[in-house]
Design a protein around this ligand. Structure first.
Ligand code: ADP
Ligand code: MG
Ligand code: ZN
Length: 482
């Protein structure tokens, strides 16, 4: 057993997908020219009044219910005082002692990043609170610029208990959290767009010990993989220092992805005094038990439930369902198509082996895919009714993927219909037999492998279009007569 064990807690910020910002009517979007989505409220001009975004509060409550949290009947917004150029006001509206959600959990299960089984590991959620996002700084050679378009965007913070023990568990926790947010349509959690951001707290202690060691906070982690790597790095670095007789100080470290190292950003000075106090401009938010139960009754379907349903409704395997339900848009894509085909399992195979591969190859999202689920279902239908073979379907699929054309049109234009006319196939067989006298001789001498050779020859003569079962059947009959 390793001498040290890790204690890890994650603080994850998630931007909530709403039409407008948290306390004003500016649009909540990304991109565009800097400082074009700002107004006196999100810029903190004197005399303005914030109006809370109801949808953002509801989505936070839903996030809490989906992670088994208790939703507060009474909560409030507080002002967190700090001064930094990314903050247009001299405080950030956040929640201090009465957040919307507390005491939840996320069950990991499944396989971790390194393939290890995570069994039924459960990670506690300390709290989920709602706050406003801050602006974005860009540093140039001689000056810095600030863009306040993001300032005031509704931002949820999900704080985990220090229950995570391995980098694999941290990775799985983040994957689950993201999946939940996407399934509930709370956020797209696109880390590249900053919609999901993660701070990692990590310490080590003697295995089996009770007390926590000194924690290090790591910032600037912009992928789950970076979180995993940074943790592995810290779990080598920290024990090395302790074993060398050194001590650890509470510090904030950054992650250098190229070098694969964390580096010191700052040593934690005396605790920050944020001077939290209730925001006098905002009313407390209350929910009756009935209102909370109404939210619970209307919760969106989570991946587990969707997986079970797809297996039951469409007779696909657990594995297929697992792959298909990785992201909700793929699951919905499959569901739409599956209703239209005779053998949904065949559609699942096409999605898993061809569609997902092509999408990742082209670096695009399913939402940008030119093949609608109805179109893929139509192509599967052509395989089901023997119009085209599975092999020809690969070419049809490739053409559909690049042009968005319908399968029947491609089949017609290129004359790809499967050859099922016995007479025509027999003509090809005769040709193959005439051309390959020595192999006919071998067949007669009892070498069964030669049959496969002839199937290949006939398929080639038909340019892949002959129905393979028919070819085998007719070939046997003809060869046996030779
Ligand atoms: P802070 O006040 O420094 O922000 P918190 O108590 O709010 O610390 O905890 C922040 C995060 O750090 C939480 O996710 C928590 O689970 C985690 N955490 C707390 N103590 C430790 C520790 N000793 N080692 C690792 N993680 C910790
Ligand atoms: Mg904290
Ligand atoms: Zn605004």
């Amino acid at each position: 057993m390793a001498e040290y064990e890790a204690v890890i807690g994650l603080e994850v910020h998630i931007e909530i997908k709403t039409a407008s910002k948290m306390f004003c009517s500016c649009a909540n979007r990304s991109g565009g020219e800097p400082n074009t989505r700002v107004c006196p409220v999100c810029m903190g001009y004197p005399g303005v009044l914030p109006v809370p975004n109801k949808k953002a509060i509801e989505q936070t409550v839903i996030a809490g219910l989906l992670t088994d949290c208790k939703v507060a009947g009474f909560s409030k917004f507080d002002r967190k005082s700090y001064f930094y150029p990314d903050m247009p006001k001299n405080y950030q509206i956040s929640q201090y002692d009465l957040p919307f959600c507390t005491g939840g959990r996320i069950k990991l299960g499944g396989k971790g990043f390194s393939g290890r089984d995570l069994g039924d590991v459960t990670i506690g959620i300390t709290r989920i609170h709602l706050e406003e996002d801050v602006g974005k700084l860009t540093h140039f050679n001689t000056c810095s610029g600030v863009d306040y378009n993001r300032a005031g965007v509704p931002l949820m913070e999900v704080v985990s208990e220090p229950d995570i023990r391995t980098p694999d568990e941290a990775y799985a926790y983040l994957t689950k959290l993201k999946q939940i947010m996407q399934y509930a349509d709370i956020s797209n959690c696109d880390m590249e767009k900053g919609q999901m951001r993660c701070d990692v707290n990590v310490s080590v202690r003697k295995t089996g010990g009770k007390e926590f060691g000194t924690k290090i906070e790591i910032k600037n982690l912009n992928s789950f993989r970076a979180v995993h790597r940074a943790l592995e790095y810290e779990l080598r670095r920290q024990p090395e220092i302790l074993n060398g007789g050194g001590t650890l100080e509470q510090e904030t470290r950054g992650w250098n992805d190229d070098r694969g190292e964390t580096y010191l950003m700052r040593v934690k000075e005396a605790a920050h005094d944020y001077r939290y106090f209730p925001d006098p401009d905002l009313m407390p938010v209350t929910f009756t038990p009935e209102e909370i139960e109404a939210f619970r009754a209307a919760l969106p379907e989570l991946p587990e439930a969707m997986r079970r349903r797809l297996v039951a409704d469409f007779d696909i395997t657990e594995y297929d369902a697992e792959v298909i339900c990785q992201t909700k848009p793929i699951a919905l894509y499959f569901e739409r198509g599956a209703k239209l085909v005779k053998t949904p399992k065949l559609l699942a195979n096409w999605i898993i082996s061809e569609l997902l591969r092509e999408l990742s190859g082209a670096g695009i999202d399913i939402s940008e895919c030119r093949i609608a689920p109805e179109q893929l279902a139509e192509m599967v239908g052509l395989i089901e009714n023997n119009t085209i073979s599975g092999k020809i379907a690969k070419d049809v699929f490739a053409e559909m993927f690049s042009t968005g054309k319908n399968a029947p049109a491609i089949v017609r234009e290129k004359g790809l219909e499967q050859l099922t006319d016995t007479g025509a196939i027999e003509t090809l067989i005769d040709e193959a037999i005439t051309r390959n006298a020595p192999q006919v001789q071998q067949y007669r001498e009892g070498n069964p492998k030669v049959l496969q050779f002839f199937v290949g020859q006939v398929m080639k003569l038909s340019r892949g279009k002959a129905n393979p079962q028919l070819v085998v059947e007719l070939l046997k009959r003809k060869l046996d007569l030779q």
